[in-house]
Design a protein around this ligand. Structure first.
Ligand code: TXA
Ligand code: MG
Length: 319
């Protein structure tokens, strides 16, 4: 059988150079970050960015996140404010994305930002992402490395399963530590969370010394990550269920008392919400690939990163 995983490269010096060359040639690569894997290209290049949209089959109205190495680089393209600097100092580099105003003279491709006057920026913590950002000297536009509306990738193997040989190089940064996409906070007006993540609203509110809420007005979509259907494993998902109710169904749960058996998938035996988040996408992928026809999920506590888990499950369960 053909080995489909040949495009996965260890992130040594030679391979990082190869990745750099690809970025310089306006190609896209699979990039590990601490949240999920990204499909990365030069954020300053229309050509590169167009490839990202077309590979993912992502609608052009859904803007990409732009990744920077540090503040000095980001300052070229966006307008900073106090709330941003406060949060940056505590959480960056790390799993948080800031929506800020784009500078008039920014070189970021208008296609990347879907012609908006704002940009979502992030400073990833993963060593490999940081190394590549130092090498390429341009910001990297990188949405999650999955087909639009499907589950994000948390390992290099997931990226290859999504895109096969359409991307020539995926850097192997191991399993993503967080396993869920970054928290997105809009700081262009009164701060609001557009997508919950591992950094909770409570922690953010504490730093900004004001209550920051999750934005729920889906009539006026601010971030298409808020679109109703998203993060879908490709089979029906039902939340807050106690037990399996039909044939070929798998139950996902949490904690020491959770049942054992072929149809039962425990996100964290220790009952740890961070571990559960880390296992969520891997588990949903595994269930789908094992041939189950539907998934039911026990109730997950809606606190801390549990809020982000429930957000993803809710979108995965929408039809
Ligand atoms: O953890 C992450 O954030 C990963 C890794 C690879 O960094 N990236 C990621 O990208 O999740 P993506 O494209 O799958 O999700 C980005 C979300 C989308 O929902 C998009 O609508 C929103 O960010 N977004 C991007 N630019 C925006 C903007 N200017 N205003 C509001 N939302 C924006
Ligand atoms: Mg995504």
């Amino acid at each position: 059988m053909k080995n489909i995983y040949l495009n996965i490269y260890k992130p040594n010096k030679a391979n990082l150079k190869k990745a750099k060359k690809n970025i310089e040639n306006n190609n896209v690569i699979g990039l590990p970050t601490e949240t999920v894997y990204g499909l990365a290209g030069n954020a300053y290049s229309n050509k590169s960015v167009k490839k990202i949209f077309s590979l993912k089959k992502r609608p052009l109205y859904n803007p990409l996140i732009v990744h920077f190495k540090n503040l000095k680089n980001a300052k070229e393209d966006v307008i900073f404010n106090n709330s941003f600097l406060k949060l940056y100092n505590v959480f960056c580099p790390g799993p948080i994305t800031f929506v800020l105003k784009k500078k008039n003279n920014s070189k970021i491709s208008d296609i990347a930002t879907s012609k908006k006057k704002t940009v979502a920026i992030r400073f990833p913590k993963h060593k490999v992402a940081r190394k590549l950002l130092s090498l390429v000297k341009v910001p990297l536009a990188a949405p999650s490395a999955n087909m639009a509306s499907k589950l994000s990738s948390t390992s290099p193997y997931d990226v290859v399963e999504e895109f096969k040989n359409k991307i020539k190089i995926v850097l192997d940064g191991g399993k993503s530590k967080v396993g869920l996409e970054s928290t997105i906070i809009d700081l262009t007006e009164r701060p609001k969370i557009l997508r919950p993540g591992s950094i909770s609203p409570k922690r953010i509110s504490k730093i900004l010394k004001k209550k920051v809420k999750i934005y729920k007005n889906i009539k006026q979509i601010k971030s298409p990550g808020q679109l109703k259907v998203h993060y879908s494993p490709g089979i029906p998902v039902k939340m807050s269920q106690k037990r399996i109710s039909k044939k070929n169904e798998a139950l996902v749960g949490f904690g020491k008392k959770f049942k054992k058996g072929k149809k039962y998938f425990n996100l964290s035996k220790k009952g740890n919400l961070h571990e559960a988040a880390n296992n969520l996408y891997t588990t949903l992928r595994k269930i789908k690939n094992s041939g189950f026809k539907s998934i039911v999920v026990n109730k997950i506590p809606n606190v801390g990163i549990g809020i982000a888990i429930n957000d993803r499950l809710k979108k995965a369960s929408n039809k």
